[in-house]
Design a protein around this ligand. Sequence first.
Ligand SMILES: [Zn+2]
Length: 560
Amino acid sequence: MDSFMKDDRIEFRLNSWMENAAICGLVNILGEEHVKINPQSVEVPTEALRNFEESYFGYFAEQYQKLSSLTKVLAYEDEMLRQQQEQFAHFDEKAYQRLQKYLTDLKRYGESNSYLAVYPLIDSPTDIVSLIKQVKIDKLKKGEMTQDKAQVIERVKKCYDLLAEIFAYYHQEEVQRYLAAKIQIYSVINNGYNDVSFLNRQESKGDFFEKYHNYFVESMFSYLEEDHQKDKLSCTNCGQPIKKGEISYSFINQAGYDANRKQSNAWGFTNDLFMCPVCRLLYTCIPAGFTYVYNQGIFVNDNHSVRTLLDVNTNIRLNVLSVNKAEVKADDTYAALIRTLQDSMNQQHRRELQDTQVVRYENERYYFNLLPKHILKTIEQSKDKLAKLFNVGFILNGEYQSVYKETITRLMNNTNLFSLIYQIIRTQATGGQVYMKTDHIIKLIAINQNFLKELIQMKELKDEELQRIRRDGFFLKKEYANKNKADSIGLRLLNALKIGDKNGFLDLLLNSYMYLNKQVPKYFTSATFNDEEGFKTIGYSFVAGMIGDYAKIEGGNDNE
Ligand SMILES: [Zn+2]
């Protein structure tokens, strides 16, 4: 049995990804200065956990401030002060519309369930609900702003008076403390666990600081003070004795993944797995170990040491949630992952590149990827090209597909990019919505080559060669007087590529060149074209050019 509780401190040891994420979260919440970081464990003074709920909720409120609706609720204040300072000199129709739009947001958030649950906890003479009801502004009549500006400004001033009271309310310390945290309960914290204490549906009202304290913190201290010499059971995580099997893993989202692994240490005949209250508190820190953007989370289980775990994941978090950024997007978690992996590869002179486990949380479940060395290498070699794909995408079955995300996901799953390349060209060829240039497709093909050459022997085509093939495709299409005919050949070539029918592809191509009385480019008879990957690489570059738009054709220099 691991004895991990020393007199005045508790030691938490690295274990599977779930404990590791929780340990990172625990350190994030308490701050590194309050814990002792060992290579394979962290030690926390027991007293640092006495009022853990304050640092706990404070951490989420602060880290996710940028994504918080409270930030949006207070967003208009700066403009209001500026307009007042300028005595409405520049207040125009646009400013009026901004105010109207803001008021819609204010109502949407201010009257939402999370907010309504917090108001009763605030000791304030302000009746915020009725203030929000009162604050509204009539629609601007046509020409009113130019003909009757004074009257319009009077209206705005009345509105501002109410807003001033509303902002004062939201700035109160108590409101900030409760509301900022409450918002994160349902956007971040519940990604880690659910249905207990303040997350229980029946418990959604009331003081969640208190609820967390009583449920997780108090019970842990009572447990630590009790005598456990006669206990018959033991915690399936840390091995400490427990009296009764009270605390199961069921409150942790998707814990089934991990529970099976623990079966082997389970006590006695029962299949039920139980933990001690110390581990329960630890597991509530899982969401603080992940970085989430809109229910999409990421954790890199680089378990070389506690230090590497903290460094990699802090990097990702800072990258994603940096307050200096104008906007946070869901794809940012991927971009941050890639940037962080690149950084750590650059710093890894001393340490060999090693396989790294990435845990993603999406659509309420966990996805696991082991990033083997060759994928890390592909990412490293493709970093400039990957960066160019960040804002491009296309619509597939009515849904927007981010090419960046799709590329990273495929690479993480150790899958080549041919099917993605096919989907994009196919969408373009059939008149669908594609928000990218042919040049981006060529970049994808080049990234795919970086991936393939790590796995198989293949002759790599340089960027200039890919561009030339693409140009040849473009000019072949141009030769056709009948555009529809060219399009239909393009689609048939694409289909041959998809099913890997090299002979069919070549037949079609030779026919076309013969029909136009042109010479077939040499690469179609080269050794490279003979390999399946070479055939697809050349073929997709050619068809991308054929189907690509005329205006976007560029010179031979790929300026990478
Ligand atoms: Zn335990």
